[in-house]
Design a protein around this ligand. Structure first.
Ligand SMILES: Nc1ncnc2c1ncn2[C@@H]1O[C@H](COP(=O)(O)OP(=O)(O)OP(=O)(O)O)[C@@H](O)[C@H]1O
Length: 508
């Protein structure tokens, strides 16, 4: 068999952890090859090696049968390897064309030849059905379009082997469908794709083969058409995974969170939340659904104290909190798992244990008379790491930045759930998490609800909203268009409401 890429017996060690332990990955020309593994299994490390960002400690890489030494990304590019990273690498006030040619500008008559570059980009865009305007500015185009610019960047450099690192994590369901069509087009034109994703449905829909790694070791490479999603999940986690959330009927308590006629503006000064009212009782989970950008983020930020309220009230257990600062809100019983984990959830250059006490460091037992008690902090952090299975090289003493994305998220979730606040605001909690971790997080959220806490769950994943919530509020253009019972609704009805039609029951 001729392979376009062969990574043979790759080993890579970081302090305290073997991230890749004798992994082999072989890619057939023209296939979509999925790479599946738990958070921290070593997928990004393996791809960083292929892209020349890390040097392997052991192992051989062959491109089209020839052994190569990929010392940096430029070498990878010359070998026809391109990568779309999870966090795009684009200059926001540059145009599409300027971004794509960055670093390989052709100069004609003393000036950079933008026009011929733009023409070539237009041709590529047409060939692969990307519909990108070469003259648009990055800051003016959607996230889905920005991703296509990253794809064009690879194509412009004649990449033949395309690596996608969790490309659908940031996309809306519609954009996911479009990306899949683009990928199909890419392989039809002879490209080969390596796809990192946690979404088994996506692997089923688009991949030919799938290599599964667990805790740094290669477990198996399977033919996707012949392997069930349950089997892939089991190979990846090492045990059977349940995809449905078990929960008893809710036992309702008092209203713990009441939002009244809330108006909130977005960054541009426009009303993003327009006169929104709802209540959540103790003992229930209210899902917040909607197409991305319909005011959900601003609503969550206003409740948690990250954004100013223009007018209206937020009442937590009888107390108005809309004018309190973040710490005060936390003290009266509000917890928050933020959407943007890097910006609002963690200090990346802190040790993991310091992130675990970020909101409580000034309290007993973590400090007394202004002095931190390191022993207690360590004890607490070790317990959370253990309970929530947060994996990292050096436990509590790991610098948070070096942890895999999924494990950073697990650390925030551990911290917020362990505080067991009266009202927990949860935004996109399982983005980037593997199926085993998702199962666990859902179970813990339901446990909090069963303890009588009130939970607001904002998610763009309809499956998650339907599975976990008791009631579902749908937002459209800054308003709640309806609140429905999750047992009496389905994806279709929610889909219609997300497009603006009123649901079965009117909002309160
Ligand atoms: N630069 C680094 N320094 C120290 N440790 C690292 C570094 N990069 C990765 N690691 C560790 O190596 C392990 C594998 O991480 P990697 O990012 O490859 O996992 P992953 O499978 O991509 O996970 P996720 O699905 O969560 O993104 C993790 O335990 C991580 O903490």
């Amino acid at each position: 068999m001729d392979y376009v890429i062969e990574m043979l017996n790759i080993r890579k060690e970081f302090p305290g952890i073997v991230a890749n332990d004798n992994i082999t990955l072989q890619v057939i020309p023209g296939e979509i090859h999925a790479l599946l593994g738990e958070n921290g299994a070593g997928k990004s490390t393996l791809m960083s090696i292929l892209f020349g960002l890390y040097k392997p400690d052991k192992g051989i890489i062959k491109v089209k049968g020839k052994e190569v030494n990929i010392t940096n990304p430029n070498v990878a590019t010359q070998l026809g390897i391109g990568m779309v990273h999870q966090h795009f690498k684009l200059v926001h006030n540059f145009t599409v064309t300027e971004n794509i040619i960055l670093g390989m500008e052709e100069v004609r008559g003393g000036a950079i030849d933008i026009k011929s570059a733009a023409n070539r980009i237009e041709e590529l865009s047409k060939l692969y059905g990307l519909k990108v305007d070469p003259y648009a500015k990055i800051e003016d185009i959607s996230v889905g379009m920005q991703q296509r610019v990253e794809i064009l960047k690879m194509l412009y450099r004649n990449a033949e082997i395309l690596i996608f690192d969790e490309p659908t994590a940031v996309l809306t369901p519609q954009e996911v469908g479009e990306l899949m069509n683009i990928m199909r087009r890419l392989v039809k034109e002879g490209k080969s794709i390596i796809l990192i994703t946690h979404k088994l449905k996506e692997i089923k829909a688009i991949a030919d083969r799938c290599t599964i790694i667990r805790k740094g070791k290669g477990i198996a490479t399977v033919e996707v058409a012949e392997t069930s999603t349950e089997k892939m999940a089991e190979l990846m986690v090492g045990r059977k995974v349940s995809f449905s959330v078990q929960k008893a009927e809710p036992v309702l308590k008092d209203v713990y969170l009441k939002v009244e006629n809330l108006i909130v503006k977005d960054n541009r000064g426009l009303e993003a939340v327009k006169n929104v009212s709802f209540e959540i009782r103790g003992g229930e989970i209210l899902g917040l659904a909607g197409v991305d950008g319909n005011g959900q983020t601003e609503l969550v930020e206003a409740i948690t104290g990250l954004r100013k309220v223009e007018s209206g009230k937020i009442i937590l257990n009888g107390q108005e909190i809309q004018n309190l600062d973040v710490r005060k809100r936390s003290e009266v019983g509000l917890g928050h798992i933020p959407e943007d984990r890097h910006k609002h959830g963690l200090v990346l250059d802190f040790y993991l244990e310091d992130n675990m006490i970020l909101e409580n460091y000034y309290k007993e037992p973590f400090s007394s008379r202004g002095i931190l008690n390191r022993t207690e902090i360590r004890k607490y952090s070790d317990r959370l790491i253990n309970e929530f299975d947060v994996r990292s090289g050096q436990g509590s003493k790991t610098i948070t930045r070096s942890m895999s994305g999924g494990n950073q998220q697990k650390a925030i979730i551990a911290r917020e759930i362990d505080k067991s606040p009266l009202v927990l605001i949860v935004a996109q909690p399982t983005r980037g998490l593997d199926v085993g971790a998702i199962e666990y997080i859902h179970k813990r959220l339901v446990e909090e609800r069963d303890k009588g806490k009130a939970i607001l769950l904002f998610s763009l994943e309809l499956d998650e909203i339907l599975n976990v919530s008791d009631r579902i509020a749908v937002m459209y253009e800054g308003n709640i268009v309806g609140i429905v019972d999750s047992k009496q609704t389905n994806e279709n009805e929610l889909g219609l409401m997300m497009a603006g039609s009123k649901g079965g029951h009117e909002s309160e």
